[in-house]
Design a protein around this ligand. Structure first.
Ligand code: PGA
Length: 256
């Protein structure tokens, strides 16, 4: 059985005091969650302070983005060496907000992915179609293109360290989640891509998580789906109580 994975993507939210309170509350409320990898993705400015506050063996620190180079004249960027230096273990690569608001292409995402793996960071690679693409029934085509281009030249033995997040762009921050059947269909499809482009050993091991308006109210029905191994949560991860409740429900349904 694959270990569960739940990420809390705080995006551009929280200053130090709020962040400390959230982590302290999570330390208390998530003691039951041993079978799940829990990763919080705060803004860069908080990483250093939160590292020592995390007090659960299965809770890790993640970054929301990174540059692919180790250092150099890249004003405003953060490198994988800097993240490693702070004890960061995971990094989100190719979030749809990076793709659409900051012009990240599949070529850039591919460079970041390879660099993260090379530096021992575990990438959470986000794939997802836009609303227009879904309306034209192009979602599988889009996901296959992103999958192929983002994972180009990634050695097969590294694939196990990647978590793939299926995040339909129309569901992120909109309150409109994919139905459990829509999500399950895409997760199964992504697993067939892993089989087609990688190999059989990886296919059952790689974790595929869902993101897009996951809340306390809809997490149970999504968790019931076999191919949903966890979630990447934005809005509902900002409060320790809703984030913990989501993890509790997921844990109960999956029986970790
Ligand atoms: P949301 O964000 O839960 O607020 O829809 C999800 C994400 O961006 O990963």
């Amino acid at each position: 059985m694959r270990r569960g994975f739940i990420g809390g993507n705080w995006k551009m939210n929280k200053v130090l005091q709020e962040a400390k309170e959230t982590v302290e509350n999570l330390n208390k409320s998530l003691i039951f969650s041993r079978g799940i990898d829990i990763v919080i993705f705060p803004p860069y400015t908080l990483l250093f302070f939160l590292k020592d506050l995390i007090d659960l063996p299965n809770m890790y620190l993640g970054a929301q983005n990174m540059h692919w180079e180790e250092n150099g004249a890249f004003t405003g960027e953060i490198s994988p060496l800097m993240l490693k230096d702070l004890g960061v273990e995971y990094v989100i690569i190719g979030h749809s907000e990076r793709r659409t608001l900051f012009g990240e292409t599949d070529e850039i995402i591919n460079k970041k992915l390879i660099s993260a793996l090379k530096h021992g960071l575990k990438p959470v690679l986000c794939l997802g179609e836009s609303v227009e693409e879904r309306k034209k029934d192009m979602e599988k085509e889009v996901i296959e293109r992103q999958f192929k281009q983002d994972l180009r030249r990634v050695p097969i033995n590294f694939l196990e360290n990647i978590v793939i997040a299926y995040e339909p762009v129309w569901a992120i921050g909109t309150g409109l989640n994919a139905t459990p059947n829509e999500a399950e269909e895409m997760h199964k499809f992504i697993r067939t891509l892993v089989e087609k482009y990688a190999n059989d050993n990886i296919v059952e091991k790689i974790r595929i998580i869902y993101g897009g308006s996951v809340r306390v109210e809809n997490v149970e029905e999504l968790s019931l789906k076999e191919d949903i191994d966890g979630f990447l949560i934005g809005g509902a991860s900002l409060r320790a109580d809703s984030f913990s409740k989501i993890i509790e429900i997921f844990n109960e349904v999956k029986g970790f």
